[in-house]
Design a protein around this ligand. Structure first.
Ligand code: F3S
Length: 63
């Protein structure tokens, strides 16, 4: 099953991902996103979040 992953070295806290899929992504105390619940939204919403990130910090990983 594929899951979204945030590359924290790339994330700049733009929070587009949080806006699109707030059940999946959350900002931590450093202002960077992490995956809170990889099953918190449908695949299309996560895809939109991946495509919406201005610095391409999110990608799919196979688990
Ligand atoms: Fe970071 Fe991109 Fe989300 S910069 S906060 S992963 S939109």
């Amino acid at each position: 099953m594929k899951k979204p992953k945030v590359d924290r070295s790339k994330c700049e806290g733009h929070a587009v991902c949080v806006g699109i899929a707030p059940e999946v992504f959350e900002l931590d105390s450093e202002g960077k996103a992490y995956v809170k619940n990889p099953e918190g939204a449908d695949e299309q919403s996560i895809e939109d979040a991946i495509n919406g990130c201005p610095v391409q910090a999110i990608s799919w990983v196979e688990e």
